[in-house]
Design a protein around this ligand. Sequence first.
Ligand SMILES: [Zn+2]
Length: 100
Amino acid sequence: MALPGREAVIAQVASLSVECADCGRNRWWRPDELKRFGVNGNTPLAALSGRIVCSACRADGLPGAAVSIQAAFIDERQRVRSEARMLSDREAPLAGSRRA
Ligand SMILES: [Zn+2]
């Protein structure tokens, strides 16, 4: 998995999407749910593949290692939130204006 820019670590991640190519299951993990995989805030995202496996496939006796991992970054979430705030600021005077 190639990431743009500097190497990202788990501490920067809000949540992770793990999709299994074998069974098609997809789920979102919070970083603190990944402790069972030996993942902590300093773990680089690049180190996740190979650590995170599909538990459903594992239960069927398959390796479960054909997962693709996508990260949602805390920074992006903050950016979205501030954009939403700007929008509502812009809408407020419009909603308050009753003159046509
Ligand atoms: Zn699977």
